[in-house]
Design a protein around this ligand. Structure first.
Ligand code: MIC
Ligand code: SF4
Length: 639
């Protein structure tokens, strides 16, 4: 069996053929959720009536909604904790760390499949897992023992040679790939890394690269499991989880990209897209007022120790606020033990609890008209919480250099490159993971008033009529559709309330228009719905009456979420028709239900009396779900 991807898929294949573009179903070994998507996912799991998860391991992390400005987040945390205890799920409490970092440390196993209700779940690909992001409902189904359906991706080989030069690190590798491939370059693909350069990268480095494969739109990214993987698992007290895995031939790669690590230079993704990549040297001198180091892409022990060594004995620039968000409690503890925390404190850093924090706008919003350097994976407009924000994505090395100088500086100017030694054995005994109760033990799920019942959705009508409610451009993110941040994230378990914020920053009138127009459609460009896995970006528009989305192409997870909640994703047969449709246009899809269920691959669409043609790229299973008005209407969701 040639590629590692094919080996793992083959071992988990429940149905379908491994032919790119065909629908396959995979057995899922492990699941993860985080709180912002997890509360809804567990409510959906509960609706399926399955008493205990049927996976090998399922973990519920609390890492996103850590601000407790009122009862809502705290209530959801209690719900998640009690729900996990009752249903066979491990629980990682607030402050314990970002789901992806903790999963690498405590649960990831090479060769296993992992489905997570977070788009950065592919982080675990750094350990040789086939790890994918999905909407909460798909994760709920996996917990209920159902397979995960996806289109078989093309496997792209990325052949790594050479070794990273000093001051260049894993973040620069993935930024280089984003420069080459853009935010839609990975759609429908899995990136599999191989070649002699692989062994020069540690597991956390690999995880930085697979993490931001999400920004390429890739289904996932994966590294082999080798001696480096074994060393990492041993350092976590889990050497027994190791097994060697690698591609045995390159025949299965659709294409091979060559990347000489030795040629990579420090990179920066400029505002406001992860693929607006330049060399750091091109933006040197730009004043910087905030530097934030953390997130699931760069907050491992190595990353923070690097920053600590760079700052040791120095003070940060007086006009810079340096925020340190450790990836996990374990990272913090081991930093403290090996003396890495003190230099950060003495240099003037603001050290926060472990979690997502400013990465998803939960605090740490930058000041107006200032530049901000972050080691995070995303810099979509306004995501930081500040309007017109100017967020640059960089490596920890480049971030630390800016914190010292108050401006962007090529880190290669800093002198000797610090050597970071990974502990042979991390102190792991304080992992604050709570195991579930044994079956049969009495337990109670605690629900606060923030949790509102799930809305009911109607099946698709025979003929659909509606109006174009909004027209947007290319690469619209789920942050545009359903923003996050401290005001909106606490409403994730209350669909009527969160729906008030759909397309909030793009068009503040959208919600009223949708509510007053009956059913409607949204018209989008290429790669519609890229970014986060949040199913609320489908669920909330659906609640407002959006039944159809028309675009030039869709991002994978968002398209799956649309289907799950009964929204019909249609593709312009002639992309130029995008220019002809306008907000307010009256649309009719004649005999929609019958055509959809009969398997029509193209549908006539009447708009203002003119006929257009749209493509339907849906499997028979998808068509059933959409016709029923959503997956939860199909035999309790387990269909
Ligand atoms: C993100 O980075 O955008 C998030 C917040 O982690 C999301 C999940 C969410 O919206 O809750 C993701 O990546 O899927
Ligand atoms: Fe959290 Fe940011 Fe990672 Fe999303 S990208 S999981 S918000 S740290």
């Amino acid at each position: 069996m040639p590629t590692l991807t094919e080996q793992i898929i083959n071992a988990h294949l429940v149905s379908g053929r491994m032919v790119p573009g065909e629908e396959i179903a995979l057995k899922i070994d492990q699941t993860l959720t985080q709180d912002a998507t997890g509360t809804m996912a567990y409510l959906e799991f509960e609706a399926m009536g399955v008493p205990r998860v049927r996976t090998e391991v399922s973990v519920s992390y609390v890492d996103h909604n850590l601000l407790q400005t009122d009862f809502k987040n705290a209530d959801d945390h209690r719900f998640l904790q009690s729900f996990a205890a009752c249903h066979g799920i491990y629980f990682s409490p607030p402050g314990n760390g970002i789901c992806h970092q903790v999963h690498l440390e405590a649960f990831g196993i090479p060769g296993k499949t992992l489905l997570g209700s977070d788009s950065h779940t592919p982080t675990a690909g750094g350990l040789g897992m086939l790890a994918m992001g999905a909407g909460g409902l798909d994760v709920a189904l996996a917990m209920a023992g159902q397979p995960f359906y996806l289109l078989m991706p093309e496997v792209i080989g990325v052949r790594l040679t050479g070794k990273l030069p000093p001051w260049v690190s894993a973040k620069d590798v993935i930024l280089e790939l984003l420069r080459r491939l853009t935010v839609k370059g990975g759609v429908g693909k899995i990136l599999e890394y191989f070649g002699p350069g692989v062994q020069t990268l540690s597991v956390p480095d690999r995880a930085t690269i697979t993490n931001m494969g999400a920004e390429l739109g890739a289904t996932t990214s994966i590294f082999p499991s080798d001696a480096m993987t074994k060393r990492f698992l041993a350092s976590q007290g889990r050497v027994a989880a190791h097994r060697p895995l690698r591609a045995t031939s390159t025949r299965g790669f659709k294409e091979i990209l060559e990347l000489d690590l030795g040629e990579i230079t420090p990179k920066v993704a400029c505002p406001s897209s992860p693929d607006s990549v330049k060399d750091v040297s091109e933006v040197e001198g730009l004043p910087v007022q905030q530097v934030a180091i953390g997130s699931c892409s760069n907050s491992s022990y190595r990353d923070l120790m690097m920053v600590s060594k760079i700052l040791a004995g120095r003070k940060i620039h007086p006009l810079v606020s340096l925020e340190i968000n450790p990836g996990s409690r374990q990272v913090m503890e081991n930093m403290a033990i090996s003396g890495g925390l003190l230099p950060l404190i003495q240099a003037g850093a603001r050290i926060h609890q472990s979690g997502c924090l400013g990465c998803i706008g939960m605090g740490q919003a930058p000041a107006t008209n200032t530049n901000c350097l972050r080691t995070f994976p995303r810099n979509f407009p306004g995501r930081s919480g500040t309007k017109n924000d100017q967020v640059y994505l960089v490596s920890p090395e480049t971030a630390a250099a800016a914190a010292l100088h108050g401006k962007i500086v090529d880190p290669r100017r800093l002198g000797d490159y610090p050597v970071i030694k990974q502990p042979r054995e991390f102190v792991v005994k304080n992992r604050q993971l709570q195991a579930p109760l044994e079956p049969g033990q009495t337990c109670e799920v605690i629900r606060g008033p923030n949790i509102q019942p799930f809305p009911k959705f109607t099946p698709i009508p025979e003929t659909w009529e509606g109006q174009v409610l909004l027209k947007v451009g290319d690469n619209i993110t789920t942050d545009h559709i359903m923003p996050a941040g401290s005001q909106i994230l606490p409403l994730r378990s209350n669909i009527p309330a969160i729906s008030e914020f759909v397309y909030h920053a793009v068009d503040p009138q959208f919600v009223n228009r949708a509510k007053n127009s009956g059913e409607g459609a949204i018209v989008g460009g290429d790669n519609y719905g890229q970014g986060s896995s949040r199913e609320h970006a489908a669920l909330a528009p659906r609640f407002l009456g959006v039944r159809v989305k028309l675009s030039k192409s869709f991002a994978r997870i968002h398209k799956a979420n649309l289907i799950n909640f009964g929204i019909l994703p249609l593709i312009f047969e002639n992309p130029a028709d995008y220019d002809r449709l306008q907000p307010g246009d009256r649309l009719v899809l004649p005999d929609l239900r019958q055509r959809l269920l009969a398997g029509a691959e193209r549908l006539p669409l009447m708009a203002n009396g003119q006929e257009y043609w749209v493509r339907v790229e849906l499997s028979p299973r998808h068509r059933q779900i959409i016709a029923a008005g959503g997956l939860l209407n199909v035999a309790g969701g387990a269909g």
